[in-house]
Design a binder for this molecule. Structure first.
Ligand SMILES: [Zn+2]
Length: 259
């Protein structure tokens, strides 16, 4: 409305040949337009008034603070879960971490896994791993490795030769390489399986076709529990043992390296 009146007034001012009545009307129009401006300006302030609202998010942006960790509660809950699963393990102090990328979270030392069959698996290496990894490894040992072995080999498994598990070192002991998953408490090696009939099945040296098939089967199945499964044939560093870890490859934990 205000605009249309302004345009009309200018038109009238240029048209000098218009009649006096027309000019008067034009001037009257200008005059009324000039008197009315005051009530209209208030409309403008209301427009920008709505814009500052979206500008508020930045003020609330710094509000979200990182959630604090609860390592103590997690440690207790994890140990309880291991105990429920028949695993004998104790919490231990953080092991040495001479390399900057080495770390451990709720480290535990495992010694025995009681099986559903009533027998048990000894872990003479007393491996130290993060408690969360202990849950994964012992679940694999209890629910796949032990029953599969007893079924395929005709004798219950009584021990696993794992070594110490945690070790702060570069991958494959190569200086300058990335830190091994062993240095993060999320890896374990398996060099041999001992049976109740005193057989010792070396991972790299099965004595017959049945043992070979068992080792192949447990190795393939391990990919259901771990993100990395390496062993004889993968590379020279793993020629004599299986390596299991839960290192995340890529953006999620679904990617597997099973060689
Ligand atoms: Zn390893």
């Amino acid at each position: 409305m205000f605009f249309s009146k302004m345009r009309f007034c200018r038109f009238g001012a240029r048209a000098g040949s218009l009649s006096a009545a027309a000019a008067l009307l034009a001037c009257f129009g200008v005059a009324t337009a000039a008197q009315k401006p005051p009530p209209e300006p208030p409309l403008r302030p209301t427009m920008p008034a709505t814009k500052p609202a979206p500008a508020q998010p930045p003020a609330s942006a710094p509000a979200p603070a990182p959630p604090p960790a609860q390592p103590q509660e997690d440690a207790a809950a994890c140990l309880a879960k291991l105990s429920e699963n028949g695993v004998v393990a104790v919490s231990v102090p953080a092991p040495p971490a001479p390399l900057p990328d080495c770390s451990s979270v709720n480290p535990v030392r495992m010694s025995v896994i009681h099986l559903a069959s009533g027998t048990s698996l000894d872990l003479p290496g007393k491996p130290i791993v993060n408690c969360a990894f202990a849950v994964v490894f012992t679940d694999y040992a209890r629910n796949l490795l032990a029953p599969l072995g007893a079924s395929m080999l005709g004798s219950p498994l009584v021990a696993l030769d794992t070594g110490p598990a945690y070790e702060c070192r570069p991958r494959n002991h190569v200086a300058g390489a990335k830190t091994s998953a062993h240095g993060k408490g999320i890896a374990i090696d398996l060099a041999a399986i001992i049976l109740a009939d005193h057989r010792r099945i070396a991972i790299a040296h099965p004595s017959d076709a049945n043992e070979t098939l068992f080792l192949q089967t447990m190795r393939h199945a391990a990919c259901g529990w771990f993100t990395t499964v390496l062993g004889p044939g993968s590379d020279p560093s793993h020629a004599e043992h299986f390596h299991f870890d839960i290192l995340q490859h890529g953006s999620n934990d679904r990617y597997r390296i099973c060689e």
